[in-house]
Design a protein around this ligand. Structure first.
Ligand code: ARG
Ligand code: ZN
Length: 876
């Protein structure tokens, strides 16, 4: 924890590094409480930085400095200066070799940044600024160096890994073993990795398009060795896909993946040695759900794709984070779309974006895809940088077309290979390769907030002209009162009365991408025989909100007829949203609630539709979540949202009972599990039906859930049934099922996390008392982020009902946990606090209670930089 108030770093202050590091030799002698690090750096004055020889300033945090030598000569302590966050050394030659010895304490490192221990295994996490917790170094991504790493460890750590290729191994005089690794590619310190442990491995190989053989290895603790197959298959698919779609081959002879139980994020793309959160790599049909299988495929792909979009071409500074993250999320989303159902993948991603990223864009921490400033960079690994950043790249893809985009990415990789570059360089490559200008488009990188499109139309029967008027606006965000118009690709089609797409030009195209660039713009379509119905923002062609005065009938029509699967789903969401708005308002006015017959009929026909992808049906049947409804509210009335949604769900369940049952029975199968798109789709719809059936709390429905729970041969079915019981069965039955499930899976960390999550998110059972009880459970571990996320995070982020208890006790609980966690792991604390930062959006007393809880965090004493930034900005 830092002493002074954390300071703000600005993009405009960027300066090239004063010194470069041509090579980095690291030597580790591993010991839990006292690991010795020796670092030898070949340092050279950066010719681009100017004249003279300023002192060499290195970053270093929580290090015990032992010695400093230059060109083999010890530098006396009086010559250099230890800074609060580093070291300043006077320099008298433009080139020299620096050797530093220091000690670190991996065992007590609970921040999970730098070198730490997880279940007795050593591992590292260096992005963004964790390397400075290992040794003194210019810890910034534009200093790229060739690394050689030697690890010395006692015999109980037979596996010793680092980046690149193994070049030596042996035994030291005192009987310890050592391994040396050399990475032939220059890299920034954030891509450094080290692993040491008693690990098993699964091995495979991959032959690249040009015929090189690459060894693939996944390392885990012995008990998990049977859970690596899916990740290995996913890795090989990703390697092939990147060759086919981007022409990018892997570049080392070996690619390693390690599963680690204690990890702040999903995974990390360290060169040649990816480190994964166990939850994002380990799976078997018995223990992992379909969504876990799919998540693993996408994260394995994501980290692999970083080898080009991130490692070969990296970021100049951390303001450019979206350069690698936005692009790589776009790449992994396309990979997943190609491997599975494209429409369903898009729907899942957009629902997430709309719920969580839009909320971020409308909240106190709103920032552009390329932020202008930060106090703590870890706080900017956000939905905006990742998911909105990916949408920005997707818009470039839409504007240039697949071929043009590929030309641009080829030029980008060719021009900047081995370099640390900026978002500007990415757009420039896209422009240059296509001979186009994207000047106005760049505002997506610099302006925060979610733009709104207000669309109106007019049809002139006499001339057959259809005029579509689009007005764009963007609400103010912190530090940005006024916004300039964005360049928005608006994909649309026009439906005729028959429900088919009308031709929009002489060539017969039925879809256009309008270039919305002005505050207000009218687009004319001529020669139309009838007034068309617009299908707007097809496939969600831009991260914006579209308002158009659709009637219920028009939405029902789009739900049935739109040729764009995404917009068919979107129509169902708009329809549900309208109904839920009405219910909220009726509830506030004390009116009795009822669900419009048209909505029930629409859901029934979706459910009976045998031509639609079952996964799409499941998505259409799902009502917008409470979180989504909250995001779309001007002022959040949590109680009305909860009541309205619960009522609508219950009314639908009752009215559709027979159809749900038919559908459920029709989809039930005894086939062996396979995580392919068709089977996942079937299970998804089946379990959606089961959940709806149980909403009624009818005994026959709950009996069905019991049966499925007891007979399930895969975790998807088992967890869905248990989830239904946890939410809707009587207390005794729920307890029995939970106990039985735990008994069966208590040895399996990933399943226990799921078990925690089912309870903390239950609207019924996830009461505060239950959550507090779970925190006393022997399997709960405050130092393990996955457990914290499952129990506390589940409650704060995915249990709208209980978290928003009217007495404010949900908020107080979260505040209390955040304060405790900040002492152990600032990154986790700063994320967990987010649900209580949006107090300004709440109506009345609930908002005040939330603000009070947040203030209590602020007043609790010295906060980490991470937590201080989020809390202070949210109270302002
Ligand atoms: N680069 C990693 C990924 O997106 C995430 C690393 C996050 N690290 C952090 N300190 N927030 O794949
Ligand atoms: Zn990433």
């Amino acid at each position: 924890m830092k002493d002074a108030q954390p300071s703000t770093v600005y993009l405009k202050d960027y300066r090239v590094p004063e010194y470069l590091v041509d090579s980095t030799r690291l030597h580790f002698e591993l010991q839990p409480k006292a690991t010795l690090v020796k670092s030898q750096l070949k340092i050279r004055r950066n010719p681009a930085a100017g004249e003279g020889l300023p002192p060499l300033v290195l970053d270093g945090v929580e290090l015990e400095l032992l010695s400093v030598s230059i060109d083999g000569k010890l530098v006396p302590a009086s010559r250099y200066q230890e800074l609060p966050q580093g070291l300043s050394i006077p320099v008298d030659a433009p080139e020299f070799e620096l050797e530093i010895h220091n000690r670190i304490n991996p065992e007590d490192n609970t921040s999970l940044e730098g070198l730490y221990l997880s279940n007795g295994m050593y591992c590292t996490q260096c992005e963004a600024e964790g390397f400075r917790k290992i040794t003194y170094y210019p810890d910034r991504p534009d200093v790229m160096s060739r690394f050689t790493t030697t690890i010395v460890a006692p015999r109980q750590y037979p596996v010793l890994l680092s980046n690149g290729n193994e070049t030596a191994r042996g035994t030291t005089e005192d009987g310890r073993q050592f391994v040396t690794w050399e990475d032939p590619f220059a890299k920034p310190s954030y891509l450094f990795a080290l692993v040491a442990g008693d690990l098993q491995q699964v091995e495979d190989s991959y032959t690249t398009a040009s015929g090189r053989e690459v060894k693939l290895q996944i390392f885990t603790e012995a008990k998990n060795i049977g859970k690596c197959d899916h990740a290995m298959r996913s890795l090989k698919k990703a390697m092939r896909w990147d060759e086919e779609v981007y022409g990018r081959e892997y570049d080392l002879d070996i690619f390693m993946v390690v599963a680690v139980d204690h990890f702040n994020m999903g995974a990390m793309e360290n060169k040649g040695l990816n480190i994964f959160n166990s939850a994002c790599v380990l799976a078997s049909p018995e223990t992992a759900t379909d969504s876990t299988f799919q998540r693993i495929e996408s994260i394995v792909g994501h980290e692999y794709f970083h080898n080009w979009s991130g490692n070969r071409v990296t970021c100049r500074d951390w303001f450019q984070l979206s350069l690698k993250e936005g692009f790589t999320v776009f790449r992994d989303a396309e990979f997943s779309a190609d491997m599975n159902s494209r429409a369903v993948k898009r729907i899942e991603d957009v629902s997430m974006l709309r719920t969580t990223q839009f909320a971020e864009d409308g909240g106190p921490m709103a920032h552009p895809v390329r932020p202008d400033s930060y106090m703590e960079i870890s706080n900017f690994y956000t939905l905006t940088v990742y998911e909105k950043g990916a949408e920005v790249v997707r818009m470039i893809h839409t504007l240039l077309g697949a071929e043009g985009f590929r030309k641009g990415s080829d030029l980008y990789f060719e021009r900047h290979d081995g370099c640390a570059v900026t978002c500007e360089d990415f757009i420039k490559a896209m422009e240059d390769a296509n001979g186009v200008g994207l000047t106005q488009f760049r505002r997506w990188y610099s302006q925060a907030g979610t733009p709104v499109l207000d669309v109106t139309d007019a049809y002139d029967e006499a001339t057959g002209n259809y005029a579509l008027t689009v007005k764009q606006s963007c609400p103010p965000t912190p530090g940005q009162e006024q916004k300039l118009p964005f360049h928005i690709p608006l994909a649309l089609g026009l439906l005729g009365a028959e429900g088919t797409d009308l031709p929009l030009d002489s060539a017969g195209n039925t879809q256009v991408v309008l270039q919305v660039t002005e505050q207000e713009q009218t687009f004319n379509f001529t020669g139309l025989q009838e007034k068309p119905l617009p299908s707007l923002l097809r496939d969600f062609s831009a991260p914006v909100k579209v308002r158009y005065g659709y009637t219920t009938e028009q939405l029902l029509f789009l739900m049935r007829n739109d040729s764009d699967a995404f917009n068919r789903w979107d129509a169902s969401q708009r329809l549900a949203f309208m109904a839920l708005e009405q219910l909220q308002s009726d509830y506030r006015q004390g009116k009795s609630l009822y669900l419009p017959e048209a909505l029930v009929a629409a859901y029934r026909s979706v459910l009976q539709n045998r031509d639609l992808d079952p996964a799409l049906i499941a998505e259409m049947l799902a009502l917008p979540s409470e979180q989504t409804l909250a995001e779309q509210s001007e002022q959040i009335d949590a109680e009305a949202i909860i009541v309205a949604r619960k009522f609508a769900r219950g009314a639908l369940a009752k009215a559709l009972k027979d159809d749900l049952l038919v559908c459920y029975r029709g989809l039930h199968s005894d086939k062996p599990y396979s995580p392919d798109a068709a089977e996942i789709a079937a299970r998804s719809l089946k379990n959606t039906c089961l959940t709806y059936l149980c909403v009624t709390e009818d005994t026959d429905a709950l009996e069905l859930a019991q049966q499925q729970f007891h007979r399930a041969s895969n975790m998807t079915d088992s967890a869905a049934a248990l989830g239904a019981l946890v939410n809707f069965a009587e207390a005794a039955d729920t307890e029995a099922a939970l106990a039985q499930f735990y008994q069966r899976w208590r040895q399996d960390t990933q399943v226990v996390e799921l078990w925690f999550g089912l309870q903390s998110t239950s609207a019924r059972w996830g009461t505060l008392e239950k959550v507090r009880e779970l925190m006393q459970h022997p399997a709960f571990e405050q130092k393990n982020p996955n457990k914290v996320r499952a129990v506390i995070g589940g409650f704060a982020n995915r249990n709208f009902t209980q978290f928003h208890r009217a007495d404010g006790s949900g908020f107080e609980f979260v505040a209390e946990q955040v304060i405790a966690l900040d002492k152990l792991n600032p990154q986790i604390a700063a994320r967990l606090v987010i649900p209580i930062t949006r107090w300004k959006k709440y109506r009345g007393e609930l908002g005040e209670k939330m603000q009070g809880a947040l203030q209590a965090v602020m007043d609790s004493g010295k906060l980490s930089a991470d937590l201080y930034e989020v809390v202070s900005k949210s109270l302002a």
